[in-house]
Design a protein around this ligand. Structure first.
Ligand code: ADP
Ligand code: ADP
Length: 230
């Protein structure tokens, strides 16, 4: 029960009289330590699934568990980290202070915070930029800083929603291979939402396809590219 488990999850958004069924009876199992990419047409419910797992919204019915914990419990125990398309960086804080943010909220003592933030900054290749402000970084570098911030918490589950979606394709490919190297150094379970088939193939052992109406997983494809887990 260490992986991610989605059981018969239904999500209905209500706005006044209007309702939208984003997920209808969605099921998915992600074994601990495996890397799964979730692909599907825009609007089919991918982000909704990540928002449920990261305790931003509650499903209308059904159950989502991370290592046997509900999303609320997993959040309280800081078991997961979420990285989204537009990384939120505090513009008045330098890169190092932005990367330390999660550890600060977790009340990790200052010296330990500094050490772990520097380690994560090294991992994503941003050494030398600790004192820069977010506005001085390129989009790719900001996303890498967001990944560093997620890594400082040593999350058992990494939830990524189009982490490089706002970047051009060439840069994406490069960052995908960097992310692959980083993932190889962690033992995290990965759930990655992406529009890019090549990103999905590079970064996962399994690609799951979601279809709109009904808003559920319709296909699972195993990837054995040989380069994951080098
Ligand atoms: P995807 O990530 O696959 O593009 P989403 O999970 O963002 O899909 O959206 C699934 C469906 O739910 C879409 O029809 C979208 O318009 C709708 N939806 C998403 N968020 C909300 C919301 N906060 N209120 C109402 N409808 C929403
Ligand atoms: P990325 O940000 O992913 O590295 P870019 O093409 O935006 O991709 O940047 C290429 C390289 O240029 C960076 O890796 C970095 O070494 C350097 N660079 C980008 N932005 C800056 C900056 N604001 N100051 C100094 N060097 C920069």
């Amino acid at each position: 029960a260490d992986g991610i488990s989605i059981r018969d999850v239904q999500m209905v958004y209500r706005r006044g009289a209007q309702t939208t069924t984003a997920l209808a009876g969605c099921d998915l199992d992600i074994p601990a330590g495996s890397w799964v990419s979730l692909i599907g047409a825009s609007g089919c419910g991918k982000s909704t699934l990540l928002r449920i797992l990261s305790d931003i919204v509650q499903p209308t019915s059904g159950q989502a568990l991370l290592g046997g914990l509900t999303p609320a419990e997993a959040r309280a125990q800081r078991r997961f980290a979420l990285v989204s398309q537009h990384a939120v960086m505090l513009p008045w804080r330098r890169v190092l202070a932005n990367v330390e943010l999660g550890l600060e909220v977790a009340r990790v003592p200052k010296a330990e915070r500094r050490r772990r933030a520097e380690e994560a900054i090294d991992m994503v290749g941003l050494r030398g930029f600790e004192k820069a402000y977010p506005s001085e970084l390129s989009g790719g570098m900001r996303q890498r800083a967001a990944i560093a911030r997620a890594l400082t918490l040593k999350p058992a589950y990494l939830l990524m929603d189009e982490p490089f979606g706002a970047l051009d394709e060439l840069l994406r490919d490069r960052l995908n291979f960097e992310l692959l190297r980083i993932l190889n150094e962690t033992k995290a379970t990965l759930l990655l939402v992406t529009h890019s088939i090549s990103e999905a193939i590079i970064l996962s052992d399994k690609v799951v396809v979601m279809s709109p109406r009904p808003g559920r997983i319709t296909r699972e494809i195993d990837i054995d590219f040989g380069h994951n887990r080098s």
